[in-house]
Design a protein around this ligand. Structure first.
Ligand code: CA
Length: 227
């Protein structure tokens, strides 16, 4: 899940970013409304945390302009305790929820998950193949109801395989979609092999039906049947 934090107080932004990264969000920080607005237009985010009191283009302006442009990304506004009026203006301008500073971090995460889940069906937040199940929101994975602990990369890898279940996934697809931050120039074959081996051990070992197959010379296949 990609989150954009628009917050000019560096310490607050840093603390939020660190906490959310620990919760496995991919975090981008903008220190003012201009940068935030630029980023919102440049690429899709799953949710935006918006401080209202920003230098230059303020939070309300960012919010109402993006809504006018038809950008529906959920926005959670962060307001100062005394700014009741701006909270109301924020909600009227298209914010989905608000939190008054200072707030407890777990409450922020809980509110974010509600917004992220809203309007999404189970089919969008839940992926499965046979007895293997993955929840995108809680990042929980299990097989035959037995919980499986995955690293962040293994989770991303499995999520990608589940999205493409019963289809052959090439190494190029993995480089592009799962390792997008590294870029094509770096040789990734060994890295991919190591992650596949770890993932395979975690999801397949001890189960009668193997799910993650290597298709020699072509790529990989997540399927209940042999390639
Ligand atoms: Ca501020």
């Amino acid at each position: 899940m990609n989150v954009l934090i628009i917050e000019d107080e560096r310490k607050v932004a840093r603390a939020l970013a660190d906490g959310l990264e620990r919760e496995h969000f991919a975090v981008t920080v903008a220190a003012n409304g201009e940068d935030g607005f630029f980023l919102i237009n440049a690429r899709p985010f799953d949710i935006i945390l918006l401080d209202l009191n920003l230098p230059g283009r303020d939070g309300i302006e960012v919010l109402s302009t993006m809504r006018q442009k038809g950008i529906r990304t959920p926005v959670l506004i962060l307001t100062a305790r005394d700014a009741v009026e701006s909270k109301v203006t924020g909600l009227e301008s298209g914010a989905d929820d608000y939190l008054v500073k200072p707030f407890a971090f777990p409450e922020l995460v809980a509110r974010m998950r509600v917004l992220l889940r809203r309007g999404r069906s189970d089919a969008e937040t839940h992926r499965s193949l046979g007895d293997l199940e993955l929840d995108i929101m809680t990042r929980k994975v299990s097989r035959a109801h037995r919980p499986i602990q995955l690293t962040t990369k293994e989770f991303d890898l499995l999520e990608f395989f589940l999205r493409n279940k019963n289809r052959i996934v090439s190494r190029e697809m993995l480089v592009q979609d799962v390792w997008s931050d590294i870029g094509r120039a770096t040789p990734l074959d060994n890295v991919i092999d190591v992650h596949i081996a770890h993932l395979r051990r975690k999801i397949d070992e001890g189960f009668p039906v193997r799910l993650l197959h290597t298709v020699r010379g072509v790529g990989f296949l997540l399927s209940e049947s042999q390639p």
